[in-house]
Design a protein around this ligand. Structure first.
Ligand SMILES: NC(=O)c1ccc[n+]([C@@H]2O[C@H](COP(=O)([O-])OP(=O)(O)OC[C@H]3O[C@@H](n4cnc5c(N)ncnc54)[C@H](OP(=O)(O)O)[C@@H]3O)[C@@H](O)[C@H]2O)c1
Length: 241
């Protein structure tokens, strides 16, 4: 059932200590939810919880380690919605030209954002409500391939298709993904403004998104009770031009 607000809902955000996940936590809190923000660095989690204030709690999870994922969900308690925004800084390990592909390095590129997401879903199932939702994250490279980055397209596309499969497999739990374009999160802090300007100049909305704008898509997917197996693209129109 669609709900007008997240009042009294409990939301677990893996990757919630910064960036889009943190913005989802802020949005969910102001919508009346209780949030649990989780990531691998305890100091970052503690700082995020302190900044978020009342209604927020935290936990440590490393989604590249299944035992730690299982341990996190064994103690987190029941909840309604899972949001997964965890991802390493940068674009993961650059695989280099395909002719020189190092397969071990290439596989590591999927550790957090694909296998980590699936591992998180697996262990979340013991604690998530059957009327709840799961929202994963991919990226616009899934839809707009770039020279030199075929694996980013493949791994993003894998997440987009994973949510379709899981939406059928895990129903009535709803499973969706958000596909962001460029979002001005902490990970872009060191990027020169001129470079961001060049990357976004051709877009119908010629700027990067604010994290709170990307967060709106996650908030909708938690509340939209008839939406499952879908990908919401938040890219300023990048895929149109
Ligand atoms: N920002 C963009 O322009 C953009 C565009 C398209 C797609 N994306 C994707 O969207 C996702 C979120 O991006 P963002 O910009 O919000 O990133 P961010 O600010 O860097 O946040 C990433 C979060 O993931 C956590 N994390 C990293 N490794 C982890 C691990 N092994 N286990 C658990 N948590 C882990 C980080 O915390 P710890 O360091 O404490 O673990 C942090 O909370 C990423 O997958 C990113 O690739 C971003």
């Amino acid at each position: 059932m669609a709900v007008a607000t997240l009042k009294s809902q409990r939301v677990v955000i893996v990757g919630g200590s910064s960036g889009m996940g943190y913005a989802v936590a802020e949005g969910a809190l102001s919508d009346g939810a209780k949030v649990v923000v989780a990531s691998s660095d305890k100091a970052k989690v503690d700082a995020a919880v302190a900044r978020l204030g009342a209604g927020a709690s935290g936990g440590v999870i490393d989604v590249s380690d299944e035992a730690r994922v299982a341990a996190f969900f064994a103690q987190v308690g029941g909840f309604d919605h899972l949001v997964f925004t965890a991802g390493e800084a940068g674009l993961g390990r650059a695989p280099g030209p395909i002719a020189q592909l190092d397969f071990d390095a290439a596989k590591e590129g999927a550790n957090v954002r694909f296998w980590g997401a699936l591992m998180t879903v697996k262990h979340a199932l013991s604690a998530i409500s059957p009327t709840g939702s799961i929202t994963l994250t991919d990226g616009v490279l899934a839809l707009l391939p770039m020279k030199g980055m075929p694996l980013a397209t493949a791994f993003g596309g894998a997440v987009e298709h994973l949510v379709k499969g899981l939406a059928v497999d895990l129903a009535p739990i709803r499973v969706n993904s958000v596909c962001p374009g460029l979002v001005m999160t902490e990970r872009l802090a060191g990027w020169p403004a001129e470079m961001i300007g060049q990357m976004t100049a051709r877009l119908p909305l010629p700027r990067a998104a604010d994290p709170a704008e990307a967060a709106q898509a996650f908030l909708y997917l938690m509340k939209g009770g008839y939406t499952t197996g879908q990908v919401i693209v938040v890219d300023g129109g990048a895929t149109l031009v």
